[in-house]
Write a protein that binds this ligand. Sequence first.
Ligand code: 2DT
Ligand code: MG
Length: 188
Amino acid sequence: MAGRRGALIVLEGVDRAGKSTQGRKLVAALCAAGHRAELLRFPERSTEIGKLLSSYLEKKSELEDHSVHLLFSANRWEHVPSMKEKLGQGITLVVDRYAFSGVAFTSAKKLGVADAATRGEFGLERYEDRAFQKRALQSFQQLMGDSTLNWKVVDASRSIEDVHQEIRVLSEDAICNAAQRPLGALWT
Ligand code: 2DT
Ligand code: MG
């Protein structure tokens, strides 16, 4: 059908919420149901900018905070033309993190200057500690309150299959709604 565009479905949440698992399962289920759907993730570590970010996240390099924030944004912008093209062709994009992680993680950093030095060794990568993730979660909650975007909160503490079924139904709705509206700006 002419003009039917794909939906942009963004999975956001703290580390280990299950976004990647759910993203993979969602794309598989949507494709099995006859939709065209593809999985993306940010940071997309394979580009030149993505490699800088990956090295920073692995604590192999240091970058100034504002500068790294802009690199995360640039890493999304470098994919915007191909994302728009795919959405315009009717392909639904399931995205594992997007600009909301950008805001949540940068602001968690700002909130955490005072206790940053007391962080324990929780994970291997930068930001992978309990206190930091808690502040990122608070920031996500603030973003959801302010936003006019179509947020759906999914309780990720249930089984993979239960969470999947809920996300799948929500996504089918989003695909239906997207097909009826023109493609707007891709803020990032
Ligand atoms: P993954 O573990 O999902 O690869 O993410 N992050 C992500 C930011 O700080 N800013 C951003 O704009 C994005 C997209 C979240 C690695 C870490 O990168 C953080 C966790
Ligand atoms: Mg991670």
